[in-house]
Design a protein around this ligand. Structure first.
Ligand code: NAD
Ligand code: GLY
Length: 389
């Protein structure tokens, strides 16, 4: 598929968009962010398609809002569309749903030139991206993310996959999309809790290496969460720019890309304890994990207390969990959480890798974190052995 950037046109509603370019040589692509982007799907996609045929895959929550509009925009440009609607939720990211999706795509006579369109949150983006990477030894796909988390993180960078019984995202591939269309208007229908969860991934970019962006979020985060369009667009564009830069530097996570895992080692352990249930959303787990990563960083004498406190204050102000006590009542055991961390795919030679921080905007990867320090942070956070009950 050839990238396209058509200029102005016709009868579409007014749109305010910005384009971020992710430079990966032959696999480069654009990320178009802003209002009214969905209505442009046809003219942005059609000219670059290998053949004028797509299959749109979405979930049952997203379909009633956006499926017909996207399909109409594509058909209006002469593109034939098939549609597949999957059940919503993390449980869809498994072998059974992947197999079912692949069989449905093959039954619908998908060919090498057919492009898959992932319309939805990170769950849809991840499973569709993975299906695209293995179907007929690889077909093109396009991301149309409709959650804040997907717009700022999962739709960009080509990580695809499903969960295994052994853990989350353990089966997958790197397969870059050909285009990302992030319509920030779709966030209007997103439940507030999902919006807040996505905000954790926005904050992550400030905490990793952009202290000025974190300070901007301290001033404008509340407006963003309340639906301010300009704030939303600025936050998504800044996040995509940050992610595009990191992925362009290190597509396969040999180095700097690992910084994007800030909060994830702790977060995954809590998600694993809940069995990846909706009681703890991925973004909420990342928020909690980032708070614990800053606690661990101060405990190790790496990060000023003031920075840790600022991070925790802002997470809390955004309605995100900063300690296990803020989660649904449940017994949390430090040793059980540590055992999950030991199984994490970020473990190398038996050592758990953490992203720690020397301050806001100064994250780094630490390979040699003493297990006792991690246990101490977890034990304190979980109030001894049991918390939240
Ligand atoms: P999700 O895809 O489950 O979407 C959250 C909920 O919102 C779902 O119920 C969905 O149906 C609904 N929804 C989506 N868009 C909507 C809209 N506009 N209006 C109303 N409802 C809408 O979850 P998510 O938070 O987007 O993604 C989480 C997944 O992303 C996890 O599986 C995580 O592992 C993955 N992830 C992947 C990467 C990556 O780099 N590939 C990065 C971060 C997270
Ligand atoms: N979400 C982490 C990454 O894309 O690397």
């Amino acid at each position: 598929m050839k990238p396209t950037d058509p200029d102005s046109q016709s009868d579409e509603p007014p749109s305010t968009t910005e384009t971020v370019h992710l430079e990966l040589g032959a696999r480069s692509y654009d990320i178009v962010v802003g209002e009214g982007v969905l209505a442009q799907t046809g003219r942005r996609l059609a000219p670059g398609l290998e053949s004028p045929r797509v299959v749109i895959i979405t979930d049952a929550n997203v379909a009633p809002h956006y499926l017909a509009g996207v399909a109409q925009a594509l058909r209006g440009q002469g593109v034939a569309c098939d549609e597949v609607v999957l059940s919503p939720g993390e449980q869809t990211k498994d072998f059974k749903h992947l197999e079912d999706l692949l069989e449905r795509l093959l039954a619908a006579n998908t060919e090498r030139g057919t492009t898959l369109v992932a319309l939805g949150g990170g769950v849809i983006g991840d499973i569709v991206g993975f299906a695209a990477s293995i179907l007929l030894r690889g077909v093109d796909y396009v991301q149309i993310p409709t959650t804040l988390l997907a717009q700022v993180d999962s739709a960009v960078g080509g990580k695809t996959g499903i969960n295994s019984r052994q853990g989350k995202n353990l089966i997958g591939s790197f397969h870059q999309p050909r285009l990302v269309l992030a319509d920030t208007d779709t966030l209007d229908t997103l439940p507030a809790r999902e919006l807040r969860a996505g905000y954790a991934e926005v904050l992550k970019y400030g905490l990793i290496r952009d202290a000025a962006f974190f300070a901007w979020l301290e001033r404008h985060g509340a407006a963003l969460l309340a639906g301010d369009r300009a704030a939303r667009r600025h936050a998504v564009v800044t996040s995509c720019r940050a992610k595009a830069q990191i992925v362009a530097e290190d597509e396969r996570e040999g180095g700097v890309r690992a910084l994007l895992n800030l909060g994830h080692t702790f977060g995954h352990a809590f998600e694993a304890e809940t069995g990846f249930a909706s009681e703890l959303l991925h973004g909420e787990a990342v928020a909690l994990g980032m708070a614990l990563a800053f606690r661990l960083s101060t405990q190790l004498g790496l990060c000023p207390d003031d920075d840790r406190d600022r991070v925790i204050r802002h997470l809390a102000a955004a309605g995100l969990p900063t300690s296990p006590a803020a989660l649904a009542p449940r017994a949390w055991h430090a040793d059980a959480l540590l055992a999950h961390m030991a199984r994490d795919k970020k473990v190398r030679d038996g050592k758990i890798r953490f992203v720690l921080a020397r301050g806001i905007g100064r994250a780094f990867v630490a390979d040699e974190v003493p297990t006792e320090a991690v246990r101490a942070v977890l034990t304190e956070a979980t109030g001894g052995v049991v918390a939240g009950s």
